[in-house]
Design a protein around this ligand. Structure first.
Ligand SMILES: [Zn+2]
Length: 371
């Protein structure tokens, strides 16, 4: 098996890109086309570190691979800088959807933090509406191109600021106008979900779905807080739940593992893990297990029956796509089509959609994988 320049592989005679997929953990400001950054920056007189899309793409990859979180975060300063106008937000959202559709994604959730897009005077409401406009244009364009896709917004609050209650209200306000869920993002270590209890209480009182970044840059205490204080229905990455597993014995494929209470709860209650292989490697989230993709506890979690899903996190920074992430997992763990289908079923079941629509996704996946 080999991964082509587009991150695609042919598996059991079929192109992975063509198979129906669901993308749950995908940041808007982490998925801006380099060519678009250059054009939007030019229009607002902003300097960019490289002048061609190819060189700028390579700049993102270099910063993201540097092992320095400071360097990595600089890349977001650039993408958010070109997303401070309605035009910028709409275009980036439209292209986000079109790129997903081209990658075979049939349902996606886009997460982004409205509070980071107010520098040029937009209101929170204007930012949400501009993104929604782009999503709808993207869905229409994808339809015309023969790839049907639907995308919902995950309205995100930053965990190191104090606007989460206001952002939760915003999310609830846009419930039937594009918003399907709520998330908190930003520095995890030192900023637990419990800091945002008021926002989470409001969301819970309104039965509004929540996912929380947890178990990425911090460990079990953060996951515990996401579940208890955040009442998270999914965990953003959640990869460090594996710290609560003690491998007692490993013989060939047979692994004997002792579960902590938290890991047992997450596994038995099937709380979906939004795992993001490349990103988890680049941000050091899996450093305790090793420094290659084959060291990722993804396979251990999958074999133990956790509800694993495969995600991109930040497509531009990691120069990746959902197809490429799946390809990398096949390379690392020799998965076959049945495994890949299971990951898509898990993601469809975890989508913040009414049950009838989740069932429709499941049917589309089953049909697409029936080859
Ligand atoms: Zn993320």
């Amino acid at each position: 098996m080999s991964i082509d320049a587009n991150g695609d592989v042919t598996i059991q005679g079929v192109s992975l890109r063509s198979l129906p997929k669901v993308s749950l953990h995908d940041h808007l400001d982490g998925a801006v086309r380099p060519a678009t950054i250059i054009e939007l920056a030019d229009a607002i007189g902003l300097e960019v570190p490289e002048s061609t899309p190819k060189a700028l793409g390579a700049w993102f990859a270099k910063k993201s691979d540097s092992g320095s979180l400071v360097e990595y975060l600089k890349t977001f300063d650039l993408t958010t800088a070109v997303m401070q106008t309605e035009e910028g937000l709409t275009r980036v959202a439209r292209e986000f959807v079109q790129d997903l559709a081209k990658d075979g994604v049939i349902y996606g959730e886009v997460r982004w933090a409205p509070e980071q897009h107010l520098a040029k005077g937009l209101t929170l409401e204007q930012t949400v509406e501009a993104v929604q406009q782009g999503i709808e244009e993207g869905e229409d364009a994808a339809d015309r191109a023969g790839h049907s896709i639907r995308v919902g917004q995950l309205i995100t609050a930053m965990r190191h600021t104090d606007r989460s209650r206001e952002i939760a209200e915003l999310a609830i306000d846009y419930r039937s106008r594009g918003a399907v869920g709520f998330d908190i993002a930003g520095p995890e270590d030192g900023f637990p979900a419990s800091d945002h209890r008021e926002a989470f209480d409001l969301l819970a009182e309104n039965f509004f779905p929540v996912t929380v970044h947890a178990g990425e840059a911090a460990g079990l205490a953060s996951i515990r807080s996401a579940l208890l204080d955040g009442r998270a229905l999914r965990l953003g990455h959640g990869v460090r739940i594996a710290e609560d597993l003690q491998v007692i014995q490993q013989e060939g494929d047979e692994v004997q593992v002792q579960f902590g209470d938290l890991a047992r709860w997450v596994r038995d209650r099937e709380i979906p893990l939004e795992l993001s292989p490349s990103s988890n490697l680049q941000t050091g989230a899996i450093a305790a297990w090793g420094n290659t993709l084959a060291d990722h506890p993804f396979d251990l979690l999958y074999q133990l029956g956790f509800a694993v899903t495969v995600n991109v996190d930040n497509r531009t920074m990691s120069a990746t796509s959902l197809t490429r992430e799946l390809s990398l997992l096949i390379e690392a763990f020799e998965y076959d089509l049945d495994d890949l289908e299971t990951f898509q079923f898990n993601a469809a079941a975890a989508a913040f959609l009414p049950v009838e629509e989740r069932e429709e996704l499941v049917e589309m996946i089953a049909e697409g994988f029936d080859i």
